[in-house]
Design a binder for this molecule. Structure first.
Ligand code: ADP
Ligand code: MG
Length: 174
């Protein structure tokens, strides 16, 4: 890996999603793995939200959340951590895009940087049009402005609504 670490601390936003085999527990476990990682410091984590799936309809509901972390890691090193946590929590890659998966961790934002490499696009290309990303982002960073896209409050207003509403998950459910 070219450059593991940068001197500057940056705030990165991570999207967490799951829709198979106890998705609430998966998302909570992924958050815990990231929260306790020695190279990451959690700044905030949204509530968990439940929504109907994007893409093929014959899959269970999704659970989504967004967390903000502070780190000095380079973006590719951070992506590698996300992929390791995905693997540790048993993500099954069926090959079907938007198909069911046990855990999906996306690097939504890395400071205000724009990154376009073969393995990493930041801001994440799906960020502006997905209510299940924008709504939890608004919970933890209401003033956030996405480079090249604009304030998230405006993006959320313009975003197509899901066919079924996003529902905050009761904190006691598992
Ligand atoms: P999606 O999250 O779009 O449903 P996947 O999680 O299966 O699809 O996609 C994983 C691939 O996306 C990885 O190979 C990774 O290199 C690439 N990728 C590009 N940009 C990002 C990003 N910002 N966050 C996470 N993965 C990304
Ligand atoms: Mg992903």
């Amino acid at each position: 890996m070219a450059q593991q670490r940068r001197r500057q601390r940056i705030v990165a936003f991570i999207g967490l999603g799951a829709n198979l085999s106890n998705p609430i527990a998966r998302v909570k476990a992924a958050r815990e793995a990231l929260r306790t990682h020695p190279d990451l410091r959690e700044i905030a984590c949204s509530r968990l939200y439940r929504s109907a799936p994007l893409g093929p309809a014959d899959q269970p509901d999704y659970i989504n959340a967004v967390m903000a972390v502070e780190t000095t890691l380079a973006p590719d090193a951070l992506l590698h951590i996300l992929q390791t946590v995905e693997a540790d929590h048993g993500r099954a890659r069926s090959g079907e895009r938007w198909g069911p998966r046990t855990l999906d961790l996306d690097l939504l934002l890395y400071g205000r940087e724009t990154i376009e490499t073969d393995e990493l696009q930041v801001p994440h290309p799906g960020i502006a049009g997905r209510e299940f990303v924008l709504r939890p982002l608004l919970d933890i960073a209401p003033q956030l402005d996405i480079p090249g896209r604009g304030p998230i409050a405006d993006l959320l207003r313009a975003c197509p609504r899901l066919s079924s509403p996003l529902i905050p998950v009761d904190d006691d459910s598992t």
